[in-house]
Design a protein around this ligand. Structure first.
Ligand code: PLP
Length: 223
């Protein structure tokens, strides 16, 4: 069995065992940035069909080589507004929407195409260097996205403080979970709390995440 396949099986097992949601499975996005398309194919053969990419051109090149596979592509990197059209053409999800301008551009780019699933990226660590919205700005962007006919608001995405201090991380996840539950009450389309990466996914799902984005723990080091 390939190493990629072994890693995926192990992670899915862990997600099942540690899931704090009683009624739903935790979804796994395999983050394939910096990995060759052959690795994506390997993961697909192991049953993984959701992949996340950060860099548009790199992603499009790989997508060309993988056209024969029914992959659900998630865009998880920062979104420049001049890239919105290409994102809508090549992805079914965008996790990193953080401003009205980008929401508008994505919506306008879709035209006759099906809708795009979006998450609002939250700057939960409140570091100025990080992308994402401040907590008190989430409601107004959510309201706005909800008025756009081609975007489906699915939830929130966050990258926590870069720390190994579980207490800090737990606090951030818990805060986000509360905001997520409020949002879910308001919008029936909301069903996704996207948090947890290779180093923190178990802690994230213990604290309410229902979608994790895992790269290096599946594929190994990035190029
Ligand atoms: C790169 C990246 C990941 C995956 O990170 P790993 O530590 O390799 O699991 C997840 N989410 C986002 C937004 C990323 O940029």
């Amino acid at each position: 069995m390939s190493l990629v396949k072994k890693n995926i099986i192990k992670i899915i097992e862990e997600l099942k065992k540690n899931n704090s949601q009683k009624t739903e499975n935790v979804r796994l996005v395999a983050v394939s940035k910096g990995q060759d398309h052959s690795k994506i194919r390997e993961a697909f053969d192991a049953g993984q069909y959701i992949f996340g990419e950060n860099y548009l051109q790199e992603a499009i090149n790989k997508q060309k080589a993988l056209k024969d596979l029914e992959i659900e592509w998630h865009f998880i990197g920062p979104i420049q507004s001049n890239k919105c059209k290409l994102i809508t053409e090549n992805f079914s999800w965008a996790h990193s929407v953080d401003r009205i301008k980008v929401a508008n551009k994505l919506n306008d780019s879709l035209k006759d195409q099906a809708s795009l699933n979006v998450c609002i990226q939250v700057n939960i660590s409140n570091e100025d260097s990080k992308s994402g919205l401040k907590i008190n700005e989430i409601d107004s962007l959510a309201d706005y996205i909800n008025t756009l006919d081609k975007l489906t608001l699915r939830g929130l995405m966050a990258i926590p403080t870069n720390t190994s201090d579980d207490e800090i991380l737990r606090n951030e996840y818990k805060q986000l979970k509360v905001i997520y539950e409020d949002l879910r009450k308001k919008y029936t389309s909301v069903d996704t709390l996207s948090m947890g990466m290779s180093n923190d996914y178990l802690l994230a799902i213990e604290n309410g995440s229902n979608l994790v984005r895992i790269g290096s723990k599946i594929f190994g080091k990035r190029a």
